[in-house]
Design a protein around this ligand. Structure first.
Ligand SMILES: Cc1ncc(COP(=O)(O)O)c(C=O)c1O
Length: 404
């Protein structure tokens, strides 16, 4: 097993750090940080507008990231739009697709969506008087295909769902879900939130046959402030821009303007140039590790963590989501009898152990499960068994304090 902790400078600053919050944001390897600095030190100019060599170099590097991103998910460079994150990618869609919806149309989402893939659709439904329909999950956190067949109608225009749940860890069979949805209604637009999938599972948009897919650089070893929206080119070409401003227009006239082709018509204004350029190194890092190695490692850690948690806490602990670890990725959300998740996270934090507590931006799911909050640990390549053992040891001490 290739150990990667030494690739992440934060561990040199915090040797005792147990970082179990990679689903919130991953740590950054030295190569990503160095590439960010390289831009500011060596060719810190704006892109796409300068006629001098520094600007040309920055533009070349920026566009190189687009090509690498396209290659990562088997898309064309023109199908890759850089945004600020998954949230902005999905909001872009919810505005640019608005003209396709009218009163009485339907939008389908699952109950387990992150607010980023729930609230933009709820708002769009309210703006257009469309109906927001919700696909419930079974007790194991899985989608029931009969429910999909029942809920999708000729009026369903949009089906937005997450690839991997950020609470239940469920890996949804998105390829089968998409083909089932399109068999019922070929006009439906499928939107995949891959925020929790991209650092863990290989994604091939052509194989999935999704219409749109969104993810964030910062959850896959890259900088914050950079997101990706993939869309099928024919759809992007037919869509209106989301924001208007510099560098997205071909001809700006007094009354009417002509916009550039995709992706540039969706990238108004100065983007996070340094972030996008440094994102190259995150893609390289991921590809060097390889999705096979990443998956083998995460399955080992998730199996180890769930076994040891059950062993240490028995009936006092509830682990949410399916028990079949092969159907999960990245996260384990749990609750411990008699202790509020916020107390757990805060007391672990005092020992330099980072986990997350709350509703993880999935209030509709927590309401459905009748839970005010959950605690959540999440793993990455730099997570090892020692981290999990230390976390469980401290959690045991916390339980002991509450039992006194
Ligand atoms: C499943 C899922 N979707 C969307 C998001 C939003 O990502 P961002 O905050 O990078 O826009 C997150 C972040 O946690 C997530 O877990």
């Amino acid at each position: 097993m290739k150990l990667t902790k030494q690739d992440f400078p934060i561990f040199a600053h915090h040797p005792d750090l147990v970082y179990l919050d990679s689903a919130a944001t991953s740590l950054k390897p030295a190569s990503v940080i160095a590439k960010n600095v390289e831009y500011y030190e060596q060719y810190s100019a704006n892109i796409a507008r300068g006629l001098y060599s520094l600007s040309e170099q920055a533009t070349t590097e920026y566009e190189k990231t687009r090509e690498m991103t396209a290659e990562l998910i088997n898309a064309k460079p023109e199908e890759i739009i850089f945004t600020r994150g998954t949230t902005e990618s999905i909001n872009l869609l919810s505005y640019s697709l608005e003209s396709r919806l009218k009163e009485g149309d339907e939008i389908l989402v699952t109950i387990a969506e992150h607010h980023s893939n729930f609230l933009p659709w709820q708002a769009l439904a309210l703006r257009t008087k469309a109906t927001l329909k919700i696909l419930e999950l079974d007790a194991d956190g899985q989608v029931n295909f009969e429910d999909i067949k029942r809920l999708i109608t000729p009026r369903t225009k949009i089906f937005a769902l997450t690839f991997v749940s950020n609470v239940l860890g469920t890996i949804h069979p998105v390829k089968d879900i998409i083909s089932t949805a399109k068999a019922i209604n070929p006009e439906i637009l499928t939107i995949i939130d891959a925020a929790q999938a991209i650092a863990h599972l290989p994604i091939d948009v052509q194989n999935l046959n999704c219409d749109f897919l969104a993810f964030s650089s910062h959850k896959m070893f890259g900088p914050t402030g950079v997101g990706v929206l993939y869309g099928k080119l024919t759809l992007l070409e037919a869509m209106t821009p989301f924001q208007y401003g510099g560098e997205m227009v071909l001809e700006a006239k007094r009354k009417n303007s002509v916009f550039k082709n995709s992706p540039h018509k969706f990238e108004a204004g100065t983007p996070d140039i340094a972030g996008v350029i440094a994102f190259q190194e995150a893609i390289k890092y991921l590809q060097t590790l390889g999705y096979g190695t990443i998956r083998t490692h995460e399955l080992d850690i998730l199996n180890y963590a769930s076994d040891k948690l059950q062993e240490a806490f028995g009936d006092a602990i509830t682990l949410f989501g399916t028990k079949d670890i092969s159907k999960r990725s990245g996260v384990i959300a749990f609750s411990l009898a008699g202790i509020h998740p916020h107390d757990i996270a805060q007391m672990l934090g005092e020992q330099n152990i980072c986990i997350r507590a709350g509703q993880h931006c999935t209030t509709p799911l927590h309401d459905t499960l009748g839970l005010p909050a959950t605690a959540r640990l999440s793993v990455s390549m730099y997570t090892d068994r020692k981290d999990i053992a230390k976390f469980i040891e401290e959690l045991k001490k916390i339980q002991g304090l509450f039992e006194k």
